[in-house]
Design a protein around this ligand. Structure first.
Ligand SMILES: [Zn+2]
Length: 281
């Protein structure tokens, strides 16, 4: 508790009041004691914020949390909307590309060139085949998976080593490990041995399979708060968010993503970074 001391000017005022008021009925010594007590009470009330403002206090910016927006399963025609939005918002995002989709046709190749020249987009490796969506069989052959990732790196001319497994939430960052399903353990270890930094995610941004509409921004912000509160992220105060390119086909999703970025920046002490800026990489 901080109590402000009366200044020299305050003492002068007390003396002035003492000599020009009915307080002269008191002795000089009694009056100084009276004003001294009043000043102490006043100072205490000024330096203590009211109870309701204490409850509304937000975390200080020094406690800032870092968010990493990551997008899986591009490039598809809808990825172009993501390219446009991140240029407008100047927000860094890491995209995990599937070579088979990127090189699908002239449209996806054109968008690939667009996104490669976007300074707000950082590419990551999501395998060439995406396991052809047959995950159980895929994860039985670690050597084949490493080859699939290398084929993707060569086809898309990656210079970095950021990677994410298809259909599995697995982490291999330096000596730390985590995975959601046992069957990808050997594959994850093999990719780590081949030099990849393997990223899973702390939160998945849900979207409707029928309308492709993203979960509302406020709901996601609430869930981020819960992850922070209960220390559920892989790295404390660093939250990796998984999004998917197909959600960008909905105009509602575009607006929602834009709203989320603006709210995270202005209403919370959150900042956005590329995954290559993740601690200890
Ligand atoms: Zn995927």
């Amino acid at each position: 508790m901080k109590i402000t001391q009366p200044s020299c000017n305050d003492i002068k005022m007390i003396n002035f009041v003492m000599s020009h008021s009915t307080i002269s009925l008191f002795s000089r010594k009694q009056t100084i004691l009276l004003f001294g007590a009043a000043w102490a009470l006043l100072a205490m009330s000024v330096s203590l914020p009211p109870a309701h403002s204490l409850q509304q206090t937000k975390p200080a910016l020094t406690d800032s949390t870092t968010l990493y927006l990551t997008f899986d399963d591009g490039i598809i025609p809808e990825s172009e909307a993501l390219d446009s939005l991140v240029r407008t918002e100047e927000v860094p995002v890491t995209v995990f590309w599937i070579g088979k989709f990127v090189l699908w046709n002239d449209t996806t190749r054109r968008i690939w060139q667009l996104m490669r020249n976007n300074p707000w987009i950082e590419p990551g490796n999501h395998s060439y085949s995406h396991a052809n969506n047959r995950y159980f069989k895929y994860y039985q052959d670690p050597q084949q998976v490493v080859h699939d990732f290398q084929l993707n790196a060569d086809s898309l001319q990656f210079t970095g080593k950021l990677a994410r497994l298809p259909g599995r939430n697995a982490w291999r960052i330096n000596n730390r490990k985590r995975e959601d399903l046992e069957d990808c353990k050997a594959v994850a270890d093999s990719l780590a041995a081949a030099g990849y930094s393997l990223f899973g995610w702390d939160i998945e941004w849900n979207y409707s399979s029928s309308t492709n509409q993203l979960e509302p921004a406020e709901d996601l912000l609430f869930r981020i708060g819960q992850v922070l509160k209960f220390h559920r992220s892989f790295m404390p105060r660093h939250i990796v968010i998984l999004c998917h390119d197909p959600a960008m086909s909905s105009s509602f999703s575009i607006t929602t993503l834009q709203h989320f970025i603006q709210q995270a920046r202005t209403q919370y002490p959150y900042r956005f970074r590329f995954l290559s800026q993740y601690p200890a990489l």
